[in-house]
Write a protein that binds this ligand. Structure first.
Ligand code: NAP
Ligand code: ZN
Ligand code: ZN
Length: 443
């Protein structure tokens, strides 16, 4: 199962979870070789330092855990930075526990950036010294229709999340006592080369992690819905995803309107290049913006009345839900039910190809997220801030290389996390779906 950003049919939040599979070999798509060395149980393992939490309180502590050693098709990454996505909080705080099982200790992190320090003998696309990233997935079946079309994020058998993922396909073996994958809050990462992204040397490494999830999550729907010069795009919620969305949509030629709950985000919106700024609670501003947007990317992380934003759309306009709440899950079901005609859709991360495209685009256009590089011992504070609306809209990035050491003291108080309002349970999702089906604004 993936970690909430990765998707099956575009969402990834519903897992099949058939436990440890018995795959002992697999065929690498595009070659004739059958790789047999990388089985579910690695032959050799290494100890790594991680920041993990033991339960839903998200009280992060230093932990020594294990990873597999680099296999013939793997690369080993000396981690430099890891972005902190709001999905990390949803996962660690158990917001998705109504629809998936969780394992603690949990080590989140799917915005990894580091340097290759070791490559397996079959790896030709990466070399020692390369800058590389890893996003939300570390494996997929590579054989289904979607995988063969280069859409591993939509793998029909569900991709394996960078953290909390099961090694169903044989390329994401775990080690030691953990059953599920360990994410990027760690000093060493080992990943199959097909799931690594080459980061251009000219791109600042501390800003590259956020491109691996936030960047591609915004780029994928912008590209899917054909955003181009003259398109009118709305970005709802100016946090880690939102700020990337504004910048990427501008680079694609769109006119961008930020819709925010807070006046304090106006200056960040301007800095990112937004053309207009609307306060969502201001009736006049909302009314003035009616019928103006071709596409809204809604990044609000908690359950809210998203249908109200349909009024801002043009006649054929589409709102895409990205925040992990019951609305996103309901939208995933609605679209196939109404034959793809829904004007409320959802989207989940992006493919490996799209991730490579977006880091290259960011490099070419000098698109740099606003990041706050923090020591790993600040994680608890970061979670408190993300839970309370990320007031500055920054993307927090853990300074792994300089601060994840054996001698650090993790005595910060646990974060303050408000009660879960995401309504991610089957009951809520079905109620939500029924509501959407009865709503003429939605399809
Ligand atoms: P973030 O940095 O915390 O930003 C979220 C923004 O949403 C805030 O800055 C705030 O912007 C707005 N907001 C409005 N109401 C809020 C509330 N009650 N609590 C917190 N924020 C609120 O989060 P993020 O990392 O951008 O992630 C946003 C959502 O996307 C999360 O649910 C995350 O799990 C999800 N996500 C989904 C995917 C996917 O593949 N679908 C991938 C990555 C992340 P304003 O102040 O401007 O209103
Ligand atoms: Zn993410
Ligand atoms: Zn597949």
């Amino acid at each position: 199962m993936d970690n909430g950003c990765g998707q099956r049919h575009g969402t990834g939040i519903f897992g099949d979870s058939n436990g440890e599979s018995s795959t002992s070999s697999y065929r690498v798509v595009g070659t004739d070789s059958v790789v047999t060395h990388l089985q579910n149980k690695p032959t050799t393992i290494m100890e790594v330092l991680c920041m993990g939490c033991n339960d839903q309180r998200c009280d992060f502590k230093l932990m020594k855990l294990h990873r597999r050693n680099v296999g013939d098709d793997d690369i080993e990454i000396k981690m430099q930075y890891c972005g902190v996505c709001h999905s990390d909080l949803h996962n660690a705080a158990g917001h998705l526990s109504g629809i998936r099982k969780l394992e603690y200790p949990m080590v989140p992190g799917h915005e990894l950036a580091g340097i290759v320090v070791n490559v397996g003998k079959n790896v030709t696309s990466f070399k020692i010294g390369d800058s590389v990233g890893v996003g939300c997935m570390v494996d997929s079946c590579l054989q289904c229709k979607e995988c063969l079309a280069g859409k591993e994020h939509r793998c029909l058998k569900e991709n394996t999340g960078t953290y909390q993922g099961e090694n169903k396909f044989g390329r994401a073996a775990v080690a030691g006592s953990t059953k599920l994958t360990l994410g990027g809050y760690t000093n060493i990462m080992v990943v199959h080369y097909k799931f690594a992204i080459l980061i251009p040397k000219s791109y600042p490494l501390e800003m590259a992690g956020p491109v691996m999830c936030a960047g591609v999550t915004m780029y994928s729907p912008l590209s899917t819905y054909g955003v181009k010069s003259g398109s009118n795009v709305g970005i709802l919620g100016l946090g880690g995803l939102g700020q990337m969305g504004v910048r990427i949509a501008k680079a694609m030629g769109a006119k961008v309107t930020v819709i925010s709950s807070s006046e304090s985000k106006r200056s960040l919106a301007t800095k990112c290049g937004a053309d207009a700024f609307v306060i969502s609670s201001d009736k006049t501003q909302m009314s003035d913006a009616k019928g103006t947007l071709d596409l809204i990317l809604n990044t609000v992380p908690s359950y809210h009345n998203y249908v109200v934003y349909q009024t801002l759309l043009t006649k054929k306009g589409i709102q895409v839900l990205l925040g992990l709440h019951a609305g996103l899950a309901a939208a995933m079901f609605l679209d196939p039910i109404v034959g793809g005609t829904s004007r409320i859709k959802m989207s989940g991360i992006g493919s490996i190809k799209e991730t490579q495209e977006v880091i290259n685009l960011c490099d070419q256009h000098r698109i740099y997220p606003d990041v706050s590089v923090v020591p790993v011992t600040d994680l608890n504070k970061v979670y408190t801030d993300l839970d309370s609306s990320n007031a500055t809209g920054t993307r927090y990035v853990l300074d792994i290389a300089n601060t994840l050491r054996e001698d650090i003291v993790c005595d910060a108080p646990p974060p303050t996390i408000s009660p879960d309002t995401n309504k991610m349970s089957l009951g809520y999702i079905m109620t939500e779906l029924f509501g959407l089906m009865c709503c003429c604004r939605c399809w």
